[in-house]
Design a protein around this ligand. Structure first.
Ligand SMILES: Cc1cc2nc3c(=O)[nH]c(=O)nc-3n(C[C@H](O)[C@H](O)[C@H](O)COP(=O)(O)OP(=O)(O)OC[C@H]3O[C@@H](n4cnc5c(N)ncnc54)[C@H](O)[C@@H]3O)c2cc1C
Length: 449
């Protein structure tokens, strides 16, 4: 290995860009990013539709667990962000229940509230060894599981909860104490502030993708676009690209989905190949509907566990930034960004989806009346959520050590395939940690086996 190894990064999403930026900061300039699409940002990029509405790839809110991410954001965006307090709700029958559902049972119809509180009191308590379905029942009891947890989670994950593990949950699901829930019910107290994203920031212009567009500009010629890796010889340390060219490297940081990375390998043990087959992901249609009606400045985003609508979430996108609608004119336009998951367990036909979503927005009373639709945009996000299945950790334990023995660090949302560290701040931090490990030998702080 040369003193200054040649580092190639696959993918210019948050993880790849975070890695490149850190390499520069450490004074290591022999690196490059190969990105298959014509722009940076990956899943965290944004699109501008022909009518002038900006959309993200599903509801992204920027919040951070890491000082490094805060500094990056400050550096690239300065004060060109809006700060918001979360105002999110769950549609239940004919009403809105403040998020998190399980902390605000007093908003439910009496019968449902009774079932939920009774279930909470009777629940035996979940533990991390349980599958997700068993964990939900054991943690929340029958009422909350039936009315919210089970239908909502199937709508998001498009995967039967019996197939999923529960140890990823930590700060992703609010686990409520029945005493607190009872108190909130009887004393009519609200409990709205749970969770790490109760305040968040959003770029003033260009959607979430603006952060990474600007970051990529700072990194300049190190990034080349429209370059898709299709074959990887880990012994010879050579990559073949879709355009027929080849590249060599000393060390590879890959942020493409790890199952697809394994598929590109020329030589690879059968057990590694088989393990990659065990990994499951869902897909999401982002369906953005722009209306010619003024912004309703109340909710930030809404959840839909029931059958009002095909989507599991709708984001009031003009509220995040006026620049998300044409001419920034929120007196004239509003915009709802919805997410509909799909998988082999939950197939969703693409045809007619815009109309179904629009009907859902009206049925759930997100929009009132029938305002004119100014735009309807659909993006099919093939790899959306890496599903924490029961087989996941064993599969990763077979794949990752083999890759690392071959000087390949697979990191990021789908590179690590770990939903619990699958947000933008995690992805950036994984990229930074990989750079420090390679250049300084500093052990990684976030990713571990
Ligand atoms: C619906 C949804 C909602 C989300 N909400 C939030 C949120 O609220 N807050 C938050 O912080 N995060 C959120 N995220 C997660 C966020 O998008 C990811 O954490 C982040 O984009 C991951 O960055 P990454 O660099 O690891 O991967 P990606 O963003 O997936 O980037 C990987 C890059 O690799 C490129 N690539 C893939 N294959 C190849 C190849 N063969 N050759 C070359 N290049 C290749 C891709 O084009 C892409 O640019 C959400 C994600 C989704 C899907």
């Amino acid at each position: 290995m040369p003193d200054t190894p040649d580092i190639t990064i696959i993918g210019a999403g948050p993880c790849g860009l975070g890695c490149g930026r850190e390499l520069e900061r450490l004074g290591h300039h022999r690196w490059s990013i190969l990105e298959r699409s014509p722009h940076a940002g990956g899943l965290a990029s944004s699109v501008l539709d022909p009518q002038g509405f900006t959309w993200d790839h599903g509801g992204h809110v920027v919040f951070s667990h890491f000082g490094e991410f805060d500094r990056l954001l400050e550096d690239v965006m300065g004060d060109q962000v809006y700060s918001h307090e979360r105002s999110s709700y769950i549609r239940f029958d004919d009403r809105w229940v403040p998020y998190p559902f399980q902390n605000n049972l007093r908003y439910l119809p009496p019968e449902a509230a009774y079932e939920c509180i009774l279930g909470l009191i009777e629940a035996q308590g979940g533990n991390e060894g349980m599958d997700f379905a068993t964990w939900m029942e054991a943690t929340f009891g029958g009422g909350i599981t039936y009315h919210f947890m089970r239908p909502y989670n199937f709508k998001v994950w498009a995967t039967p909860p019996e197939r999923m593990a529960s140890h990823w949950i930590a700060e992703r699901v609010s686990v409520v104490d029945y005493r607190r829930a009872l108190r909130s019910l009887i004393f009519a107290e609200d409990d709205l502030a749970w969770g790490p994203n109760n305040t968040f920031v959003f770029p003033a212009e260009g959607g979430t993708g603006e952060i990474y567009r600007r970051l990529a500009l700072q990194l300049g010629d190190h990034i080349s676009y429209n370059r898709e890796i299709v074959e990887l010889d880990a012994e010879a340390r050579r990559l073949r690209l879709a355009d027929g060219t080849e590249e060599s490297y000393d060390i590879l940081v890959s942020t493409m989905p790890i199952d697809r990375l394994v598929k590109t390998l020329v030589h690879c043990p059968e057990r590694v190949r088989a393990a990659a087959e065990d990994l499951e992901h869902n897909s999401v249609f982002m369906v953005g509907v722009g209306y010619e009606t003024p912004l309703k400045d109340d909710k930030s985003w809404m959840y839909f566990p029931q059958d009002h609508a095909p989507f599991y979430r709708a984001t009031n996108f003009a509220k995040y930034s006026p620049a998300n609608v044409p001419d920034g004119d929120t007196g004239r336009y509003s915009a709802y960004m919805t997410e509909v998951s799909h998988s082999r367990y939950k197939p969703v036909p693409r045809d007619g989806l815009e109309e179904e979503v629009e009907n859902g927005l009206r049925a759930a009373r997100v929009v009132e009346g029938a305002p004119p639709v100014a735009s309807a945009t659909v993006v099919d996000i093939d790899y959306a959520y890496p599903v924490p299945t029961l087989e996941r950790d064993a599969a990763l334990a077979a794949i990752q050590p083999w890759l690392m023995e071959h000087h390949i660090y697979s990191r990021g949302r789908f590179g690590s395939w770990r939903y619990e560290i699958g947000n933008m701040d995690h992805a950036v931090k994984m990229g930074i940690d990989a750079a420090r490990l390679i250049v300084e030998g500093t052990p990684e702080q976030l990713w571990s086996m």
